[in-house]
Ligand binder design. Structure first.
Ligand SMILES: NC(=O)c1ccc[n+]([C@@H]2O[C@H](COP(=O)([O-])OP(=O)(O)OC[C@H]3O[C@@H](n4cnc5c(N)ncnc54)[C@H](OP(=O)(O)O)[C@@H]3O)[C@@H](O)[C@H]2O)c1
Length: 281
């Protein structure tokens, strides 16, 4: 049995769908009974529990031999995921597929998100595990949909740098492959899209599809902070740290891990925009 944590989230949601489609034995963990509604229509069992609830996690882990582990980026993610790992150990162990981020295995890369991920990876010691380390998700672009709709602008913190964004559906496809197969213990897979694109490329692809001009517009960190008012400041500063790495070309590398796992080079920017265009109209 595979337990998918974060089953109502971006990657976890796609992963539950992919595993159900394959007919794999899957149990989706949801944080409350109301959140189970998100998974209605999918042929999978659900368990209700929060990561920090040892009793609920013990119940959710019954007969489980594989776990997909994810939590939202936050100052508490290592603590929350660590609580899941404690429960996994108490339930007898399982192969854990941990969703981290690109750079987690590169000692020269720093930043708060990677610190949290590394703290979780350290806690995987002694359990069979695989680490998925994706670049930024194409799905993040939906966060700029209002600026595209209202002003025809695509705000960017990274200037002309190219980035090999990955579609979260491909992250889920690789996770499904690893969770259903063997031979991945101890591996860290850096996952990227099939090519690196600039914000100008993204704006051009949006313009073409929407039939009106969309321009990539550079914003300063301070403007970003203002636009992100109301969001968790820890996350906002973490994204600004990441944008510095991206700006210097640190996210332009393209790997073949998606191709190796799924047999397909992965979804492109154009595939993503075609499937999500209504969000930008
Ligand atoms: N976005 C990117 O570009 C990107 C790139 C590389 C790596 N990553 C990594 O991807 C991870 C986030 O993945 P995602 O975007 O798929 O996550 P997400 O959409 O934010 O979903 C997080 C999930 O965790 C669940 N959750 C949160 N706290 C919980 C708790 N205490 N107990 C039980 N469930 C809980 C949420 O459940 P409910 O909300 O339903 O309660 C939700 O299903 C982060 O580690 C991030 O560093 C992201």
């Amino acid at each position: 049995m595979i337990l998918v944590t974060g089953a109502t989230g971006t990657v976890g949601g796609y992963l539950v769908r992919a595993l159900c489609k394959e007919g794999a034995p899957v149990r989706a963990l949801v944080s409350s009974p109301e959140r189970a509604d998100v998974l209605r229509g999918y042929d999978c069992g659900t368990a209700v529990g929060r990561y920090e609830d040892p009793r609920a996690m013990h119940q959710a882990l019954q007969d489980v031999d594989r776990v997909f582990l994810v939590s939202p980026a936050s100052a508490r993610s290592a603590e929350l995921e660590g609580a899941v790992l404690d429960a996994v150990r108490r339930a007898g162990g399982a192969h854990v597929v941990k969703l981290a981020a690109a750079g987690v295995d590169q000692p020269d890369r720093d930043g708060r998100f990677l610190e949290q991920h590394r703290a979780v990876v350290a806690q995987l010691d002694g359990l069979p595990h695989t680490v998925l380390a994706p670049h930024g998700f194409l799905q993040n672009l939906v966060g700029s949909a209002a600026a595209v709709q209202e002003r025809g602008e695509l705000p960017s913190l990274v200037g002309p740098a190219a980035m090999s964004f990955i579609d979260a559906r491909d992250v889920a496809a690789v996770a499904a492959h690893v969770l259903s197969g063997t031979g991945h213990d101890g591996a860290t897979y850096t996952l990227t899209g099939p090519r690196a694109v600039t914000y100008a490329d993204i704006a051009a692809a949006l313009s073409e599809r929407l039939g009106r001009e969309v321009r990539a517009v550079d914003i300063t960190p301070q403007e970003y902070r203002t636009q992100a008012e109301g969001q968790d400041p820890w996350v906002v500063e973490g994204l600004l740290e990441l944008s510095e790495v991206y700006r210097s070309g640190g996210a332009s590398v393209v790997t073949d891990e998606v191709q190796r796992a799924t047999g397909s080079p992965g979804l492109t920017l154009e595939n993503f925009l075609d499937d999500h265009l209504s969000a930008f109209r």
